[in-house]
Design a protein around this ligand. Sequence first.
Ligand SMILES: Nc1ncnc2c1ncn2[C@@H]1O[C@H](COP(=O)(O)OP(=O)(O)OP(=O)(O)O)[C@@H](O)[C@H]1O
Ligand SMILES: [Mg+2]
Length: 346
Amino acid sequence: MSLKRMMRFASADLAIDLGTANTVVYLRDRGVVLAEPSVVTLETTNGITTVRAVGDDAKLMLGKTPDNLQTIRPLRHGVIADLDVAEHMIKHFVKKARAHSGARRMKSPEIAICVPSGATPVERRAIRDAASNAGASRVWLIEEPMAAAIGADLPVTHPMGSMVVDIGGGSTEVGVMSVGGMSLSLSERVGGDQMDEAIVSHVRRHHNLHIGEATAERIKKESGSALADGNPEAIRIRGRDAVRGVPREVEITRGEIAEALEGTVSQILDAVRRALEATPPEIAADILDYGIVMTGGGSLLHGLDTVISRVTGLTVRVAEDPLNCVAVGAGRALEETDYRSVLQAA
Ligand SMILES: Nc1ncnc2c1ncn2[C@@H]1O[C@H](COP(=O)(O)OP(=O)(O)OP(=O)(O)O)[C@@H](O)[C@H]1O
Ligand SMILES: [Mg+2]
């Protein structure tokens, strides 16, 4: 190993995709070392509140906690909603990720952290402070669509236009890239969380059944679709009867679930359409060649690529490993000098 490479190893720099649903951490020269839900469980005993669980362990408790426990998602729509809890969560994840770095633990790392393109200066400052309080020697911010595009291998440093659509838990970000920069970005506060909420309210309204967020998310992943094609195939779901208050199981068709998701899907389509309308013609011509690339967990919704392709007339593909694209892109920006200019000193 060259000395230069060893020196770089000594830094243990991190790239963090602090998402509404999931936090993904990339360790420089190693890759993704952590991907866990952005969830924290707090415990209050005798008026004193402490952190009981973070990440995977906390998500298992979602919707099931007794009175003295409280499960919190400290981010909403990609930005920090609960500063103290978010900081605690980031510290926990940074510590856990750095445990992978062995001897490199010595020096404080540089941290590149992603911000939604629609974040306000105040929201950006909160994200920067949280990273800095987690022990960063230096904090870089990177726009989420740019990170997603790099992570999805779009030709961002070439004179070639391309479009990325990142659909997360709390937001959808559309970015138009060209020659190392983002020529346009647009952020809509719509994503997977809203799909889950739509399923919860559909089931309550049409079946008199209360289900929790976690159940709705599972239904969405297993049986949801962006194609409202009236699929009559039925699945069984469990919850609490809204009238009698007892546990009950009902049957619901896949077509119904798709119908419940229609509103959210059309908001995503709108965002893509608006971005295309605002795209300069030369870049639009390139996008016609290259198509649209989707990233983020929401891009995995069955049929969403098909619907976007149908509406825009463009080729649409889901990136490889869509849940990790943003973290991988931010990590590459730390590693590769070609991409360095996309990091903003914070
Ligand atoms: N197979 C799937 N089908 C549909 N949705 C899915 C699937 N897998 C994951 N999701 C959804 O993707 C969302 C999480 O995606 P992701 O981790 O990219 O979001 P995030 O980065 O945390 O959020 P944001 O970018 O909005 O801050 C969740 O709503 C999750 O339910
Ligand atoms: Mg995201």
